[in-house]
Design a protein around this ligand. Structure first.
Ligand code: TMP
Length: 215
């Protein structure tokens, strides 16, 4: 039986997900929570290798369904090798992106269809959905501005504004469809405020879900 808590972080590019989730992870770890931080695509060797294929800006020929399959393949391996064993040990797993990203980016961004992408992912995840999803909400304008400041842009970052607009629309549908597990954070604020709000929410989730994990 699953004992841990599976918390995913989602949001458009430039929402600050990685900065915030790693900072929340460090704080929880220092407070003595049994917490694991990981990310998608990646988090383990095989999935990191798949990540570099997907994000390589030279792979301009990649077909949309090939891309969706590669994300799902990396998801499967990462889930089996890292996430599920940690949950079994009672850990709080903080995962930067999961299936919602595929629904928004491949389902809507790439026009494959959310249902098609969900069904294909169902094979990969065998019912293991997140317990809670922290959604960092940012406007397209702010998100794109932050991405542009990063320098090295990967194959997804280099996509058109139209693509990123569709991804944002995709996330709107995901938020409605899975409203029960969504926790919304205003990521338009300065990063310190976003961090504080996220930490507060995550600590509440931990209390609510599993009092056993609080030291
Ligand atoms: P990252 O920048 O958050 O590490 O993610 C890499 C890129 O991959 C980002 O642009 C979002 C994209 N992505 C998808 O398109 N589908 C997915 O299923 C996942 C996990 C990420």
């Amino acid at each position: 039986m699953q004992k841990g808590i599976f918390i995913t972080f989602e949001g458009n590019d430039g929402s600050g997900k990685t900065t915030i989730s790693t900072k929340v992870y460090e704080t929880l770890k220092n407070k003595g929570y049994p917490v694991l931080y990981t990310r998608e695509p990646g988090g383990i060797e095989i999935a990191e290798q798949i990540r570099s294929i997907i994000l390589d800006p030279n792979n301009t020929e990649m077909d949309a369904r090939t891309e969706a399959l590669l994300y799902a393949a990396s998801r499967r391996q990462h889930l089996i090798e890292k996430v599920l064993p940690a949950l079994k040990q009672g850990k709080i797993v903080l995962c930067d992106r999961f299936i919602d990203s595929s629904l928004a980016y491949q389902g809507v961004g790439r026009n494959i269809g959310m249902k098609e992408v969900f069904d294909m992912n169902a094979f990969a995840i065998e019912g293991h959905m997140p317990d809670v999803t922290i959604f960092l909400s940012v406007s397209l304008k702010t998100g794109m501005k932050r991405v542009a400041q990063r320098g090295n842009l990967d194959r997804m970052d280099q996509e058109s504004m139209e693509f990123h607009k569709r991804v944002a629309e995709g996330y709107e549908s995901v938020k409605l469809k899975y409203a029960d597990r969504m926790v919304m954070i205003d990521a338009e604020q300065e990063m310190e405020k976003v961090y504080e709000a996220t930490l507060r929410q995550v600590e509440e989730i931990i209390k609510r879900y599993d009092k056993r994990t609080v030291s």
